[in-house]
Ligand binder design. Structure first.
Ligand SMILES: Nc1nc2c(ncn2[C@@H]2O[C@H](COP(=O)(O)OP(=O)(O)OP(=O)(O)O)[C@@H](O)[C@H]2O)c(=O)[nH]1
Ligand SMILES: [Mg+2]
Length: 355
């Protein structure tokens, strides 16, 4: 399999004998990279591991430069620029695959479509879809909302219409990977060389859809819990699969928490109804949309043009994005302060003083 079939468009050789490849799987620090030698195991070389900025360590979907090593893991020397990237804030002190404190966890890169999966079971929730959408919109790739498990919902058409009314202009398909209903709605996205990334809560059927598109089981799936309908976090790593159609899918573990990085802009675009009202403008340019006279939002709420639910959801997401940005700034500052203290102690030691 040639690398260009994996969406690569750059040169085939680089200075110093380095070769390009695409990361198709990541388990701890070990990457599986597809390159001209086939699938090889690779690890970031020491300098990359220690000096990389947050978000600059290899993730699934990345095009990397490596030095092929026949007798062991090949060292990865660097990343080629990412065309699209999907990140989330990470405050856990470690990042999938890397024992390193980071602020930004790159979930996937170099994809063309973000498939946001949401189940048509009792857990159907438009606001959650908006949250994923606002995050997906920051990546520059095209988001597509998939309402899964349509076989479990007698009125899937009604739900799809609700979604289309709430998020006009967003591509959406209601389907069932179990019965095959509306699976043909995905065909326009499954063209050779394109990469799709699957996002959504645990248990919505991401791996089941992947298996259906592959034509055989490549990922484990598990029944959701009977009592609360929650998923079991079955998929625990990220992996890229080549579909028979020539398109690729990055399956991800279900994500409970969406830490938005730079979420502000994405929030607005996910709420086109709110944005339309805000664009109209209020009498006062610094209107807080509380009870000032001439407030366009209040007028739209009163006339029913804007739903209260939509406005509340917008405010909530804006608040969360602001908190995330604050939190990132705080952790960044703390790390920088830590570095300064360490440098200061080292200097003192060198000078013979007490650390
Ligand atoms: N009825 C029905 N059940 C489905 C469908 N798709 C998936 N399921 C079931 O939903 C459950 C969860 O599916 P998974 O594919 O494991 O979900 P996931 O999104 O990969 O979950 P995580 O890996 O935990 O993030 C399994 O029991 C599937 O059989 C569908 O179209 N219809
Ligand atoms: Mg899964």
């Amino acid at each position: 399999m040639k690398l260009h079939q994996y969406g690569y468009q750059g040169p085939e050789t680089f200075e110093g004998g380095l070769i390009p490849g695409r990361v198709i799987e990541l388990r701890r620090e070990l990457c599986t990279v597809l390159c001209e030698q086939g699938e090889v195991q690779a690890v970031p070389r020491g300098a990359l591991l220690h000096e990389a900025k947050p978000g600059q360590l290899p993730c699934v979907g990345d095009f990397v430069l490596l030095r092929f090593n026949q007798s062991g893991p090949s060292p990865i020397h660097g990343l080629l620029p990412r065309r699209t990237v999907f990140s989330r804030a990470d405050f856990s002190g470690h990042i999938a695959g890397y024992a390193k404190t980071v602020l930004e966890q790159v979930v996937a890169s170099n994809f063309d479509y973000v498939f946001i999966l949401s189940s048509l079971n009792q857990d159907f929730n438009l606001n959650r879809i908006r949250r994923y959408l606002s995050q997906a919109r920051q990546s520059d790739a095209e988001p597509v909302v998939l309402l899964t498990k349509a076989d479990l919902c007698a009125d899937w058409e009604g739900r799809l219409a609700e979604l289309r009314a709430a998020m006009p202009g967003v591509a959406a398909v209601a389907l069932s990977s179990r019965t095959g209903l509306n699976m043909e709605g995905l065909l326009p996205y499954l063209t050779p060389g394109r990469t799709l990334v699957f996002l959504g809560m645990s248990g919505v059927g991401k791996s089941s859809l992947l298996n259906a598109l592959m034509g055989h089981d490549v990922m484990g799936t598990a029944a959701i819990r009977e009592d609360d309908g929650r998923g079991r976090h079955t998929t625990t790593h990220r992996q890229l699969f080549m579909l028979p159609s020539g398109a690729m899918v990055i399956d991800t573990p279900g994500m409970r928490e969406l830490g938005l990085i730079g979420g502000g802009e994405g929030v607005s675009t996910a709420f086109s109804d709110v944005e339309a009202v805000l664009r109209r403008g209020c009498r006062f340019s610094d209107c807080s949309h509380g009870n000032e006279p001439g407030c366009a939002v209040q007028a739209a709420l009163e006339s029913g043009e804007l739903s209260c639910e939509s406005w509340q959801a917008y405010l909530k997401l804006k608040r969360e994005a602001a908190i995330m940005e604050d939190k990132s700034a705080f952790i960044h500052e703390k790390r920088e302060r830590g570095k300064e203290i360490a440098q200061f102690s080292r200097r003192r030691k060198k000078e013979g003083g007490k650390p």
